[in-house]
Design a protein around this ligand. Structure first.
Ligand code: CP
Length: 309
């Protein structure tokens, strides 16, 4: 059982914590997750999901994960909440805390906001993505997918391509795959892959074909226009020409390289649509599937700290 109260980032996990979560999640993938066949270990526990930014995959899979474990899951629609009447973020946190939930899952557009809120909250907090900072459960489900496809989680060459500058998924994966002993390459235009990322011990490439050479895992990222305050790329057409993944560029990677994308995808901008749907290369749907098992594992681990006290 991971001994931590919160899951705020991969940065704060030991490799043993990561393997423990993956092991637990593997157990869930081997169960029939339909109907009521999963042990309802969290019967009577309360989970609140509050997402201050849009989400399809993360919010839904946290909700399904909590319900499959038997917890009562309340998802707050921020658009209908008292935040719209001017209630501050801290007052919202104090209000939710007063209802004594066992776990709160938070997504917020500002980097560091989830950590600040966690300091006001007594129960466990999971970061479901904070600005450009971290998206820890995404990196864990990415690792789970890689482990299933490659049968190993170290000694791989992992190439992450695209809008690294604005990506919490990139940061969490840099921490995760770095901690587990993999070579990490970042690929993109200089505007989207600032040199400061080199301090994470990664290699930076502005030429995509060079960065893909011999890669085992190719992770494509979305252009995060909602976090851009200017023109980072000349046009989407030109971006695809230089940095969109297509068969020709992918041929530089190993012949059994797998393609990942956290979603949502901009088809024809960062990835060729047919390649995204080619199940022999693309593990994108498997990533979504693993999201439920990983979130079940994380939820159960954090609440187990309280149960086992
Ligand atoms: N990967 C991811 O975080 O997707 P959503 O924004 O749909 O949750």
């Amino acid at each position: 059982m991971i001994a931590k109260k919160n899951l705020l980032g991969i940065e704060f996990l030991e490799p043993s914590d990561i393997y423990e979560i993956l092991d637990k999640a593997k157990g869930f993938t081997q169960q029939d997750l339909s109907g009521k066949s999963v042990a309802q270990t969290l019967d009577g526990y309360n989970i609140i999901n509050i997402f201050f930014e849009n989400s399809t995959r993360t919010q839904t899979s946290f909700e399904i994960a909590g319900k499959r474990l038997g917890a009562l899951v309340t998802s707050i629609n921020v658009k209908d909440s008292s935040i719209k009447k001017g209630e501050t973020l801290f007052d919202t946190a104090l209000t939710l805390n007063a209802m004594k939930p066992d776990l709160i899952v938070i997504r917020h557009p500002y980097s560091g906001a989830v950590q600040l809120l966690s300091e006001k909250i007594d129960c466990s907090v999971i970061n479901a993505g904070d600005g450009k900072h971290e998206h820890p459960t995404q990196a864990l489900l990415d690792a789970m997918t890689v482990l299933r496809r490659k049968n190993q989680l170290s000694g791989l060459t992992v190439t992450i391509c695209g809008d690294i500058a604005h990506s919490r998924v990139a940061r969490s994966n840099i921490f995760l795959f770095g901690k587990l002993g993999n070579s990490i390459r970042l690929v993109g235009p200089a505007t989207l892959v600032p040199d400061c990322f080199k301090e994470f011990g990664v290699e930076v490439f502005n030429n995509m074909r060079e960065g893909l050479k011999g890669a085992d895992v190719v992770m494509m990222l979305r252009l995060q226009k909602e976090r851009m305050d200017g023109g980072y790329v000349p046009s989407e057409r030109e971006y695809f020409h230089f940095y969109g993944l297509d068969e020709e560029k992918l041929s530089q990677a190993k012949s059994d390289a797998i393609i990942l994308h956290p979603g949502p995808m901009n088809r024809g901008v960062e990835i060729d649509s047919e390649l995204a749907d080619d199940l022999s290369r693309s593990a994108i749907q498997e990533q979504v599937e693993m999201g439920v098992s990983i979130r079940m594992a994380v939820i159960e681990s954090l609440i187990a700290r309280v149960i086992d006290k």
